[in-house]
Design a protein. Sequence first.
Length: 94
Amino acid sequence: MAIAKSERVCARVPANVYNVLSQAAELSGATINQFLVQSALEKAQSVIEQELVIAMTTASSAAFFNAIVKPPAPSKKLRQAVKSYKKLAHHAKN
């Protein structure tokens, strides 16, 4: 059975911050290290979730999915842009 490698995280904090963290850890029944790791992990997961999840109203989600299911016809400018791109891509290959 392989032992999982762990990494070390260190931080210097003012005495008043350390005292608050120590008190919170003690009240939660954890060591200060356990408390810091758990608190940091919860915050990190929250930040990641906020950045990765797209929040949409019912109306905006309906509009989004409708655009996927029934996309609008390409505009004249879009058709011209695609034609121009294909021409440039063809010349770049040759």
